[in-house]
Design a protein around this ligand. Structure first.
Ligand SMILES: Cc1cc2nc3c(=O)[nH]c(=O)nc-3n(C[C@H](O)[C@H](O)[C@H](O)COP(=O)(O)OP(=O)(O)OC[C@H]3O[C@@H](n4cnc5c(N)ncnc54)[C@H](O)[C@@H]3O)c2cc1C
Length: 321
């Protein structure tokens, strides 16, 4: 059996949080190792136009931005490993992690940047039209629908917040919900139901996202009434699927405190409850969920790691005398 690969700073995930942590960690001389996971580059690799990442006047492409971040991290000395962590033992130091296929890793510090995934409906046309009118992020894509008609699908807090946010760009927002009442907080419901730019289609489920035009884009959604079974069509320029997010934290279930599935960190830091284990990005953020906030948190994590290791080294050197 080959001996485990040891590193001072092991980063799980190669989205904006993981790669920013890697850039800062490498520049601090920590020789970070990034285990990239099944989606190298993270969520931005499945989108097209990104218009809100600072530093670029023109619209840039998500996959390109992530390639650049990775190239920068490698350039300053971070190592990328194409593997997925399938088991962690954070009960002893060094921490022990196992990759898919059995590779073993040990680490003095671990930075968890495993992100989150938007939940999708799994309905016909959704995947094909993703980025061409179908989106899961109003903050990211709402701007592209200025003066256009949009629909939001869902009935919880996420959907109501997305619908309210979209009224900043669109005068014609329709919430489509499969039940006859909303699950969101009362105050949000009141705001939504009294909003002049929003109408609600109750008891309706999306059967199909319909594309058209050249180049192809979303032109509408086919609906079915969940009570009567009646079919209808709602024309729209954009559809926002807002049925929630799922943080990628299965690995830590039962091993760390989770809040609604999200990793819990000490306020204003990236420190988890386990000394030497840090978390950054969407995996710990149920509110902002943006590339730039994830990158910022990755930076914080690297600075927290640096301080943690410096303090640990200091304690160890004191103990040696
Ligand atoms: C369609 C879409 C469009 C978006 N558009 C924008 C936009 O325009 N602007 C914006 O700011 N934000 C946008 N976002 C949000 C943005 O992508 C996220 O906020 C950001 O990617 C979060 O970064 P992260 O590093 O925390 O996690 P993620 O990007 O989710 O990356 C998670 C990483 O963890 C890895 N991983 C998971 N599990 C494991 C494991 N067990 N072992 C090792 N690695 C693992 C994955 O492979 C991945 O590399 C968009 C999101 C989507 C889905």
């Amino acid at each position: 059996m080959t001996s485990p690969k040891h590193t001072r700073m092991l980063i799980l995930g190669s989205g904006p949080a993981g790669l920013s942590a890697a850039i800062y960690g490498a520049r601090a001389g920590l020789k970070p190792v990034v285990v990239q996971g099944m989606q190298p580059g993270g969520q931005l690799t499945i989108t097209t136009d990104v218009e809100n990442y600072p530093g670029f006047r023109d619209v840039i492409q998500g996959p390109w931005l992530m390639q650049e971040m990775q190239a920068q991290a490698e350039h300053v000395g971070a190592e990328m490993i194409w593997d997925q962590i399938v088991d962690v033992d954070l009960s002893q130091r060094p921490f022990r992690l196992t990759g898919d296929g059995g590779s073993q890793y040990t680490a003095d510090t671990v930075v968890i940047c495993t992100g989150a995934q938007a939940k999708w409906l799994g309905t016909e046309g959704e995947q094909e039209l993703s980025g061409k009118g179908v989106s899961a992020c109003a903050t990211c894509d709402g701007f592209f629908y200025r003066g256009k008609k949009v629909v939001v699908i869902g009935g919880g807090n996420t959907a109501v917040e997305e619908a309210l946010y979209l009224t900043n760009h669109s005068d014609d927002v329709t919430l489509i919900h499969r039940r006859d009442s909303l699950r969101s907080e009362k105050i949000l419901q009141d705001r939504l139901l009294s909003h002049p730019k929003i109408k609600v289609l109750w008891n309706k489920q999306v059967e199909r996202f319909v594309g058209g035009g050249d180049p192809e884009g979303l032109v509408g959604v086919d609906l079915v009434d969940t009570v009567t079974g009646d079919k209808s069509h709602e024309p729209t320029d954009g559809a926002f699927v807002a049925i929630g997010h799922k943080p990628s934290t299965e690995l830590f279930d039962g091993k760390m405190t989770l809040d609604g599935g999200y990793l819990v960190v000490e306020k204003g830091t990236s420190k988890t409850e386990i000394p030497g284990v840090f978390a950054a990005g969407d995996v710990t953020d149920k509110v902002y969920r943006q590339a730039v906030t994830a990158a910022g948190m990755g930076c914080m994590a690297a600075l927290d790691v640096e301080k943690f290791l410096a303090d640990s080294d200091y304690e160890a050197s004191k103990a040696a005398y």
